[in-house]
Design a binder for this molecule. Structure first.
Ligand code: ZN
Length: 178
């Protein structure tokens, strides 16, 4: 059994069976991980106020077959950033990109620093986000038509698309880069 204490950014969560809650974290020491806050509403209700989406928290995690969350204390809820128009929508969008693209359990100090900076400044720059994830929007061209003026990134297929080709896809699936 190993125990970890690390800073974590909350990417999202969902309810699970028997009142468990599953959290997606991007952590400083472990990279992106998924942890279970185990059954019993008591623990979940004690920890949940610390673990709003986009909060920075110090978390304690025990690894025994699976990763289990045993404690959490919020460090920063980025209140000023949250009040900025459009911030939360962009942050949620960025969290989804991370869930799809960033590998599990691979720490990445550059990505961590980028996320902290984005939360503190209240601005999520999507070009910078996918660049730090290892894609190169500046030298990309549209996967479908070859146009060099790209406007979108599709995290599902990891394709760059121009404005015209991107307009044929449900834009909820696309990251707008302009
Ligand atoms: Zn195109």
């Amino acid at each position: 059994m190993s125990e970890y204490v690390t800073r974590a950014i909350v990417l999202g969560f969902k309810d699970s069976k028997e009142h468990d809650k599953i959290f997606d974290f991007y952590t400083e020491d472990l990279g992106r991980i998924r942890v279970r806050a185990p059954g019993g509403r008591k623990i979940v209700s004690k920890l949940s106020p610390h673990l709003d989406i986009c909060n920075l928290a110090t978390v304690k995690i025990v690894e025994k077959n699976a990763l289990t969350l045993t404690d959490a204390v919020v460090e920063d809820d980025f209140k000023v950033s949250r009040e900025k128009e459009g911030f939360f929508a962009r942050a949620l969008r960025a969290a989804n990109v991370l869930r799809v693209i960033s590998p599990e359990a691979v720490p990445d100090p550059a990505l961590w620093d980028f996320l902290i900076y984005s939360l503190q400044s209240g601005a999520f720059n999507f070009v910078a986000l996918i660049s730090v994830l290892g894609y190169d929007p500046r030298h990309a061209s549209c996967t479908w038509c070859g146009a060099s003026d790209i406007a979108f990134f599709n995290e599902g297929s990891q394709e760059f698309l121009c404005e015209f080709c991107g307009s044929k896809i449900n834009e909820n699936n696309l990251l707008y880069l302009k």
